[in-house]
Structures are given as structure tokens and as C-alpha cells.
Design a protein around this ligand. Structure first.
Ligand code: AFP
Length: 312
């Protein structure tokens, strides 16, 4: 528990106060706060979006909801005015964009609306943010200082880590992010698994790993949205999510900068692991904005076991 917060006052600790008490550096906590506020606007847009396709494609050739575009605009405008951000990279844009004067401390990566193909089904979706201090073309381990994600589900929740543990906040009816879980730590081993990709496209080694989880009685939990799927592991304190190398796409599907680095940062801070099957996601050097990687992320026992199966 953060020093100075006792059980009695805990229910009224909001995000700003939590970061202040936790000793997060001022510019960083103001930046995290502003991004969390953008989550409220994105949530409003989700409600307004009426599930209509905008009719254009993003840089990966996927249909892009107007919602993705609007959310990206809201985020970049806020960051441009924040005074803390010199560069911005988003899944919706082709390149890194300079938005500051060059002296600002941070670079932000964003997947403004991850899981947008789920909007019409009314399943949970999310926003994923990475905050870097150095260059994006480095490893996450060398450049990341914080990460957060917002889950738009029946409740809107925000999980952040600025390198001092993992903390969850719930957006309350007054529009305040209120602390709900502090210093979340995964167990060594969980009970659920979320396997991405089609079984027919998996490698034999990956298939053996999944067969082992099934034989051991792990329960299948896969929504098709990275944010709710990772959030489930964090809140349930363990298990494993994987989007592996596929026979036709050895780099898997998920994007290193926008999806995997932020989730790996949070997962490690919660005592879990995130690898590409061999190396830590955070130790992979980024060479392209669009870089993808296979991923095994979750509690230590399952991610370590995945590595053992893949190295056989
Ligand atoms: P969308 O943003 O296109 O819905 O993709 C979501 C996602 O990038 C990630 O959130 C999921 O974990 C993954 O794709 C699901 O992929 P599959 O549809 O292949 O299971």
C-alpha cells in the first residue's frame, strides 16, 4: 500500500493523489492524468459511434472505424497541448509524428481503440498507451518509463504502472478515477488461457504447449480484444495469453510498439512475464514502427513452460 494511505481513506484516493503519494515524477503524472482524461472522451465517442464504418482502411489495410480516427485525433491534440510530449506514434498513423518542440521529455505510443472489430458485438474494448523517454527504436527495457490501458466494459477501468507497481482505478459516476486495487501481483501460476490464432496455423511446438494447458485443466478465456484479455489475467492474478508465430506469419499478429510493449511493461511490474517464446518482449529492439512479434504473456509458470515447449 502506498505510504500515507490507510484502509479508511483508500476508497477516496483518486488517480492524481495516488501518483503524487507514490512519488511519480510531476510531468509523468500530469501526462498519465491527461491521458486518463482522454479515456473519458473516447468512451463518450464509443457511445456515440453508432457502430458505423468510416469506409477507409488503416496502415495495416484493416477497415477503420470512424471511432479509431476520432479517438486518435482527440489523443494527439491533447498530447500536442500537454507540453510533455515530443513525438507520437499511433497504430492509426503511418509514421512517428513530431508534436512538440524537441525538448519535451516523453514519446507516447498509442493504440487509441484496440479491438475495434468488437464494437458491433458490444464486447469490451480498450486504449493502450506506452510512455517512453528515449528513442522508440530501442528496446522497451531501455526506453519505457510507464504504460497504461483503459478498459471500456460495463465499467471503465484504468490500469497504470510508472515502474512502481500496477494499480487499478475505476471511473466513478462523478467522473473521477478512484483507486480500486493497488500493487496488483500475479500468482506464480494461473488457471486460464487465451490462445490467439487458428489451431490449423499453429506450429507443432505451440500446439503441444496448448494441449498441455488443456490437459492440465486450464479454462479457455479469449474475447478477441487484447485489453480485456490481458486485464482478465491481471485481475484474476494469473494465466497466459498467447498470440504465437503462425505457419504463414512467423512474426505473429500483434504490434510490438502499440500493443505488446505496454502490456509487457505492466505484466512485468505485476510479477508476470512476457516473451516472444524465447526473449523478453521488453528486450526486443524495435527497428520498425510496424514491427510485430509472437507473444506469451502472463504468470511466470505458464510463460516459462511455453519457452520450454518452444525450445524442444
Ligand atoms: P482489432 O483492433 O482489429 O479488433 O484487433 C484486435 C487485436 O489486435 C487484439 O486486440 C486481439 O488480441 C487480436 O487482434 C485478436 O486477433 P484475432 O481476431 O485473430 O483473434
Amino acid at each position: 500500500m502506498v505510504e500515507g494511505i490507510n484502509d479508511h481513506t483508500r476508497c477516496i484516493v483518486d488517480l492524481r493523489r495516488h501518483m503524487w503519494i507514490g512519488g511519480i515524477e510531476e510531468d509523468l503524472r500530469r501526462l498519465i492524468w491527461q491521458i486518463a482524461v482522454v479515456g473519458k472522451y473516447i468512451s463518450a465517442k464509443i457511445h456515440e459511434s453508432n457502430r458505423k464504418l468510416a469506409g477507409f482502411k488503416n496502415v495495416y489495410g484493416e477497415d477503420q472505424l470512424a471511432l479509431d480516427r476520432i479517438s486518435d485525433d482527440i489523443l494527439i491534440n491533447m498530447l500536442r497541448n500537454s507540453g510533455f510530449v515530443r513525438e507520437y506514434a499511433s497504430e492509426e498513423l503511418e509514421d512517428i509524428v513530431t508534436i512538440g518542440h524537441g525538448q519535451e521529455k516523453y514519446i507516447v505510443t498509442a493504440d487509441p481503440v484496440d479491438g475495434s472489430s468488437l464494437v458491433d458485438t458490444n464486447l469490451a474494448i480498450g486504449t493502450i498507451i506506452g510512455i517512453h523517454q528515449n528513442s522508440l527504436f530501442d528496446s522497451g527495457r531501455n526506453s519505457m518509463v510507464a504504460a497504461l490501458y483503459i478498459t471500456y466494459g460495463p465499467l471503465i477501468t484504468m490500469i497504470y504502472s510508472a515502474g512502481k507497481g500496477v494499480h487499478e482505478f475505476v471511473l466513478d459516476r462523478e467522473g473521477e478515477y478512484v483507486l480500486s486495487e493497488e500493487n496488483i501481483r500475479l500468482k506464480e501460476k494461473g488457471a486460464i488461457f487465451s490462445p490467439g490464432g487458428l489451431r490449423k496455423d499453429w506450429t507443432d511446438k505451440h500446439l503441444k504447449f496448448i494441449n498441455k494447458l488443456e490437459a492440465d485443466g486450464y479454462k479457455l478465456r479469449y474475447s478477441g480484444g487484447l485489453v480485456p484479455d490481458i486485464n482478465q489475467l491481471i485481475i484474476k492474478r494469473g494465466g497466459v495469453f498467447t498470440y504465437p508465430a503462425l505457419r504463414k506469419s512467423p512474426r505473429g499478429k500483434l504490434r510490438l510498439l502499440f500493443e505488446l510493449q505496454p502490456m509487457a511493461f505492466i505484466m512485468e511490474q505485476a510479477g508476470g512475464l512476457a516473451t516472444d517464446g524465447k526473449d523478453d518482449i521488453l528486450s526486443l529492439k524495435v527497428t520498425s514502427v510496424n514491427q510485430r512479434s509472437p507473444v506469451y504473456i502472463g504468470s511466470a509458470a505458464e510463460v516459462t513452460m511455453a519457452g520450454q515447449f518452444l525450445s524442444q
